[in-house]
Design a protein around this ligand. Sequence first.
Ligand code: AHN
Ligand code: ZN
Length: 329
Amino acid sequence: MNTLKIFVTVLACAFASCANKSTPDKGNEPVVLSYAPAPEFDADSAYLYVSEQVDFGPRVPNSTAHKACGDYLIEGLKRFGAQLHVQEMTLTAYNGDRLKARNIIGSYNTSNPKRILLFAHWDSRPYADNDPDPATQRTPIDGADDGASGVGVLLEIARQIGAKAPLAGVDIIFFDAEDYGIPSFETRSHATSSWCLGSQFWARNPHTPNYKAEYGILLDMVGAKGATFYKEGTSVVRASDIVEKVWGKARDSGFGKYFLNGRIGEITDDHQYVIKGRNIPCIDIINYDTENIHGFADYWHTHNDTMDNISRETLKAVGQTVMEVIYKQ
Ligand code: AHN
Ligand code: ZN
């Protein structure tokens, strides 16, 4: 209500100063922009981008589906007007496997030093180690929610930015090899940081020297029906103002049933490496289930992580919330 009133008032002033050429008032223009509504995030479009990734098959590094999906993501970001950086890496997995991997980066408004970083992982897990059936635990999963959902939301945001840019510069990073972490059936000893290999690489080797953003937002498992997002520990410690900004926008936009006020513990995820490696405050929006022993949804790291769980309403809640944040500085 208040916002609308201010918007209308400022708009009226802008028209008045336009009409009166003797008192040009350029100062009004940015104010008008900052109060203009964010574009409408299209959940059907995001849903399509999730299903297109899943249709390639599991996006496990070194597989043909992984190669094809990576190419699809690069083409998608290019089509939506982003400036592309593709970081090719050979990473070493917990078991010594060499993984051919790519971090895929799309940048907008690169001359603006004020930048917002949005990221998600695009690979899918090579194992279903939470599957009750030992016979299928060593086969890769669809990762409709765990992987494809965050990327699908970010592709739709990229499409929106391509059509109408926000004032801030935006970088979108699709990190690879997040989900190649040590499986629960593995008994041999292992190095500690077997997860988030792509973001670990990027944190040591950013795509531009001394890359900096004002803050970052990670989307991880943001597509499931009935998802619940709690304030994650590392996000609260390292970026409490961003947590409050995002959760506040969600509540104001009517998505309070997804973005809950409770706080949960620290989750090992890509945001921790971006925070530590680049000193950028970041938050993790991640579906969390306080009822579950491992903290995540029942289908997490099982063969049930399929399109059947994906909800347009949840994609909309997350996508529109992030849009409200990046378009209203
Ligand atoms: C751990 O499993 C330790 N953290 C969750 C990171 C993750 C895996 N997100 C999606 N898959
Ligand atoms: Zn996972």
